[in-house]
Design a protein around this ligand. Structure first.
Ligand code: NAP
Length: 257
């Protein structure tokens, strides 16, 4: 029996087989959860469907996290399908390419708002939609993904660092709102991994190389290590853990120089 056997999970943020959300979905499936995935637009649907088939997950529908009617529709379909929800994975972020390089100072008002909406507010919107479904199951567990740039100024991470700082604060406030309903909210702060999103960050390879050279474990983080950590945090094995940002970064965050 797996550590999330019998749990029903929604995973948002699978774009392809490099996505951290895909590593998490695979780990949850391996640990016995039943999964539903979403996609954003027709191109991603074509990529997500074959991946979902590999782990016998259902594709519950299209979900652009800035679209409230799509959020309502996805959670209503989940309610019809399962009558509740145990686990929610939020692995979504966005910043314009121009705001992931050079000076943070130059970010426009519109780009700042869009990045905060997709990368931080969306966790609040999804948690609010998940609340009644999790209550129906006697509780639940919500997980999002962050990065060290939330708490340290990392060259080029710029706008995304500010959005991740807001996201980590959202985790803390949501955990207070939902804790008495036995719903936990946590973040994993992952090390650098080569994905579609991270390829937009200028000089990403330097970030990754730094971790390999200087982290206590002297290697990079493997995406599957985010998956297994996510399964552990989402599972009842972590029943006293909420409001936390937990580092799965081969220890890089503790190193001075
Ligand atoms: P990814 O595969 O590109 O996943 C990012 C996902 O966000 C994609 O599925 C993307 O879909 C989705 N997304 C963007 N805007 C959206 C919207 N409006 N509505 C719904 N989905 C939207 O990259 P990833 O690296 O795995 O990122 C997953 C999470 O991990 C992000 O929060 C990221 O910040 C975090 N993280 C990544 C790293 C890393 O080094 N890769 C490290 C720490 C934390 P589209 O492709 O359609 O835009």
């Amino acid at each position: 029996m797996g550590i999330v056997s019998g749990k029903r999970a929604l995973v948002v943020g699978v774009a392809n087989d490099k996505s951290l959300a895909w590593s998490i979905a695979q780990a949850l499936a391996a640990e016995g959860a039943e999964l539903a995935l979403t996609y954003q637009g027709e191109i991603l649907e074509k990529r997500v469907r074959p991946l979902a088939a590999q782990i016998e997950a259902s594709v519950i529908g299209e979900l652009d996290v800035t679209n409230d009617s799509q959020i309502a529709s996805v959670f209503s379909k989940l309610n019809d399908k399962w009558g509740g929800l145990d686990l929610l994975v939020h692995a979504v972020a966005f910043a314009e390419r121009e705001d992931l390089r050079d000076r943070f100072l130059t970010v426009s008002r519109a780009n700042f708002a869009k990045s905060m909406d997709i990368s931080a507010y969306s966790l609040v919107a999804l948690a609010r939609a998940a609340e009644p479904l999790m209550e129906a199951r006697g509780g639940g567990s919500i997980l999002t993904l962050s990065y060290l740039g939330a708490v340290r100024a990392i060259p080029n991470y710029n706008m995304m660092g500010v959005a991740k700082a807001a996201l980590e604060a959202c985790v803390r406030y949501l955990s207070i709102d939902l804790g008495s309903k036995n719903i936990r909210v946590n973040a994993i702060s992952a090390g650098p991994a080569r994905t579609l999103s991270s390829s937009a960050i200028r000089d990403f390879h330097t970030m990754a190389h730094e971790v390999e050279a200087r982290s206590p474990m002297r290697r990079g983080m493997k995406p599957e290590e985010v998956g297994t950590m996510a399964a552990a945090i989402l599972s009842d094995l972590s029943s006293a853990v909420t409001g936390q940002t937990i580092y799965a970064d081969v220890g890089y965050n503790i190193v001075g120089f």
